[in-house]
Design a protein around this ligand. Sequence first.
Ligand code: SAH
Ligand code: SF4
Ligand code: F3S
Length: 513
Amino acid sequence: MRTGKSVFELEQEQLKTLPKNKNKESEKDYSTYFQGPSMIDGKKRKTVAEHIQYALENGFRGIGEGKSYHIMTYGCQMNEHDTEVMAGIFMQLGYTPTEVIEEADVVLLNTCAIRENAENKVFGELGFLLKYKRKNPEMLIGVCGCMSQEESVVNKILRSYPHVDMVFGTHNIHRLPNILKEAYMSKEMVIEVWSKEGDVIENLPKKRLGSIKAWVNIMYGCDKFCTYCIVPYTRGKERSRRPEEIIAEVRELAAAGYKEIMLLGQNVNAYGKDFEDIDYRLGDLMDELRKIDIPRIRFTTSHPRDFDDHLIEVLAKRGNLVEHIHLPVQSGSNDVLKIMARKYTREHFLGLVDRIKAAIPEVTLTTDIIVGYPNETEEQFEETLSLYREVGFDAAFTYIYSPREGTPAAKMIDNVPEEVKKERLQRLNEVVGEYSRKALERLNGQVVEVLVEGTSKRRDDVLAGYTRKNRLVNFKAPAEVIGQLVKVKITETTSYSLTGEFVEVVKNEKVEA
Ligand code: SAH
Ligand code: SF4
Ligand code: F3S
């Protein structure tokens, strides 16, 4: 065993004397990277974000020649996009990707901390990887992503998973070359987790997973501190990328033939709040992006509190801005919303929905809901059901509340039994299914615009793609239409998908269907 908890504690003591946020100077001060996370520091919101240009130092070029990497991703779309960045860095270093885990020279687990089951999957996989490591001791195993930002997780890895070679967090993925080099040289587990507000790193290489749809970060972090949520601790404070950087990236993607952009942020409606020199918000950004010649632009995730009227006005111009908004509500009860610290009421949410529907009558709204919040009563849960019906969401991601260590909700006494939580989830899912089925039924016989992504997961002779409102459509057509926008007449609907007949390729891609 390489190291134990006591060593970690000792190292942490030593680290207290080192500068908290490592900068260029302090990096020279110590050669073994051993900086564990701190949930307290992760909460700090002090300095203004620095905008830094990434550049690969010459000394690292070629360190991956003849070697392969494999990345497993467990989290949200931001996490998946981080994987694209890390894959880009691996390629720059000379590594090649492999799908065969046991043959990989480096295996990274890009983790998610949002709920307990997400974390359990990672620990399960780490146990499994031990077998490969025994066969090939040269294999480097790394843990990165949101779980690495949690003290309890890093302690557990040190105690129980000594075959892990590197742990690094969400703020320093651009230091992957340094961390890899250190891991090759060191006999100790290399730990480099920065618990800080976070910077904005530009010019990062990306190996995108697809050639039709692309993710583009517009901002990082979250300052909302909903009482149940770990994200503000693992991802740092809200900080926006400069509009010119985003616009340039979207233009490049359009020129490269991408057809759809998903703009990413934990709370995209806070975009621009942190700019000190310009008054520029999400509505302004969308107004510029809609002029770029690319068929579809979406964003996720919206926070109901910061969703302003200018944004609604701009979205109503449509064009490449799709008529689908994912608007997580979490609960329909004012009491629960208050304890969750969502900072809006049921009435505010319904008012926002009314304004959106007035401006964009055909809009599709989807949401996220948590059931079984500590002490949630039957009446409060029923208020969530009634809100769901009142809004008439098309779909929802629904979750049972999962306590996250270090968050205020985890300290609350919870009197809702597990069976009640499960039963509420089931009842909610029935309502969700009913509304989803009805929304899809209404499309029967209609012609919709589909961006064809490839063959269906189940059948090779069937193509699949998504509508502007993000509904999955299966249909038969020649494979040449993959990557194009086509018109499909819907002939059959289920609760979650649509089946149709191919009509024609959309000639003018700007045409709305
Ligand atoms: N930033 C987004 C959500 C990010 S997390 C927003 O605020 O809308 C995605 C979803 O996971 C949340 O909307 C919430 O429904 C769910 N979630 C977050 N923390 C959770 C927890 N501790 N237990 C259960 N679900 C949780
Ligand atoms: Fe979490 Fe709330 Fe921030 Fe969403 S807005 S990431 S739920 S703290
Ligand atoms: Fe999970 Fe981190 Fe995303 S906790 S949901 S991977 S921001």
